[in-house]
Design a binder for this molecule. Structure first.
Ligand code: SF4
Length: 457
């Protein structure tokens, strides 16, 4: 794959250490030919595949299949594309062809009948379908960054942006450090460059993902290269200047998170923090070996809200963790009353093969876990409902995700991440709207998790 010059292919450059596959992880290789626009397509496909849990191989031998993104602009480019397909077939044997030359499928299959699939330029969905068919994803709810439904295709107006892989912590319930290894951060300039191309290609919202977004850059000593420093504060600021919505996921509750909040108040990144607290009681957090066990989170939350009153806080929790007493659980409920989080997910603890928490004493009976989960969710839902009700009568910026045949627009406010949070629906007057538009809406109704609104007259 010498066709990918390192400075043009950040995903495949030799020093790229991301995506070292774990045993059994589905792995894809990519050969990208042609113009910068084709390169954007390649990056977009790789970004999506990485987010779905695929590893990216820098060589033919390590890949379960190879995507060849072709160019068909000149005869010489066509010949080069055919050669590249031939080389990939010889070296790997399982080849998916996409790109400009894919517009002439017979030309390709005439020369190389063994290719698995041929898709045309900018047909991300079809390429991903072909990859899923050739090398099925192996979703793992314990380590994947996207919910299972996330294997459905990302609409073109938002895109995941993976900034690092792995984690340096050792939370006892989590096997990510064993599966994905220690933190490996991408160079900041490669991330910014990928983001610039996504935005130039129509992406309106960038969803920053990693296992530990606040730790970004720590493994490479927050190195500055080509004008971009690998620190989350700097990266968030750099991404915030691209003109798209920037949403930060998996931000761990370290005290330094406070430095990100002014960027939200300034409007550079969305006033939205996806911050997994997992529990509130210090003893439970200690038994979990959470990095944030000592952090005074309620005081931190108050400080964040002082700096950015509009901030939306999303978090996840585990109830029924080994040793969790009724008093610890009640402490968590009281903490929720005080914290008033906007969006909350909650899991009942379960053993995961290889997790150190399996061996802890005091496993909580299933019926107790269930009962605690119900009490927790009832509280979380009441808080969410009250928070949404308070939005009735306000004006909110929304991004349009879908418009159905009846003209009902499914949108999201800045407080809603795709696939995990709620929606805002517009029932009428949507004729002038298109998917990806960002418009201002008057909220006129609220439910438990969703809003309804109308376009101002
Ligand atoms: S911080 Fe803890 S829960 Fe998160 S990935 Fe690292 S070890 Fe797992």
């Amino acid at each position: 794959m010498s066709l990918n010059p390192p400075d043009l292919r950040p995903d495949l450059a030799p020093k790229m250490r991301l995506d070292a596959p774990r045993p059994g992880q589905p792995t894809i290789g990519m050969v990208s030919l042609g113009c910068p626009k084709a390169l954007v397509d390649s990056e977009r496909i790789l970004t999506r595949l990485r987010a779905e849990g695929y590893a990216i191989s820098p060589d033919y031998g390590g890949a379960d299949a190879v995507i060849v993104n072709t160019c068909g602009f000149l005869d010489s480019a066509k010949a080069e594309s055919l050669d590249a397909i031939g080389e990939a077939l010889t070296e790997n044997g399982r080849v998916i062809v996409t790109g400009c030359l894919g517009a002439e499928p017979e030309y390709i299959t005439g020369a190389h009948p063994r290719v698995l699939a041929v898709t045309g330029p900018h047909q991300y969905e079809q390429v991903l379908d072909a990859v899923h068919a050739a090398v099925p994803p192996s979703p793992d709810p314990f380590i994947d960054l996207l919910p299972a439904s996330g294997v459905s295709l990302t609409p073109r107006h938002f895109s995941y942006l993976k900034i690092s892989e792995g984690c340096n912590h050792r939370c006892k319930f989590c096997i990510i450090p064993d599966m994905r290894g220690r933190l490996v951060s991408r160079p900041a300039h490669a991330i910014v460059r990928e983001a610039e191309k996504l935005v130039a290609n129509g992406v309106r919202e960038l969803l920053v993902i990693s296992q530990d977004t606040s730790a970004y850059g720590a493994d490479i000593r927050f190195a500055e290269e080509r004008g971009h420093r690998a620190h989350i504060d700097d990266l968030a600021r750099d991404l915030g200047q691209l003109g798209a919505w920037v949403r930060l996921h998996y931000v761990y509750p370290y005290p330094r998170v406070r430095n990100l909040i002014p960027l939200m108040a300034e409007g550079l990144v969305l006033p939205y923090l996806d911050i997994p607290f997992q529990h509130a009681h210090p003893d439970t957090l200690k038994r979990m070996a959470r990095p944030s066990a000592q952090t005074e989170t309620l005081a931190e939350i108050a400080a964040w809200r002082e700096i950015c009153p509009d901030i939306t806080l999303r978090s996840t929790f585990i109830v029924g963790y080994p040793g969790e007493t009724e008093a610890e659980f009640q402490y968590l409920l009281d903490w929720m009353d005080a914290a008033q989080l906007d969006r909350v997910g909650c899991f009942q603890y379960e053993n995961v093969a290889g997790a150190r928490s399996n061996d802890l004493p005091g496993h909580v009976p299933e019926e107790v876990k269930q009962e605690r989960w119900e009490r927790f969710m009832a509280k979380a839902q009441a808080i969410s409902e009250a928070k949404l009700a308070a939005k009735v009568g306000t004006r909110q910026d929304v991004i349009v995700d879908d418009i159905d045949a009846d003209g009902i627009a499914t949108c999201r406010t800045k407080a809603d991440a795709p696939e995990i949070d709620g929606n805002l629906f517009i029932d009428e007057g949507t004729e002038g709207l298109a998917v990806g538009d960002i418009v201002t809406v008057e909220v006129d109704e609220a439910g438990e998790y969703d809003l309804w609104g109308r376009l101002p007259a």
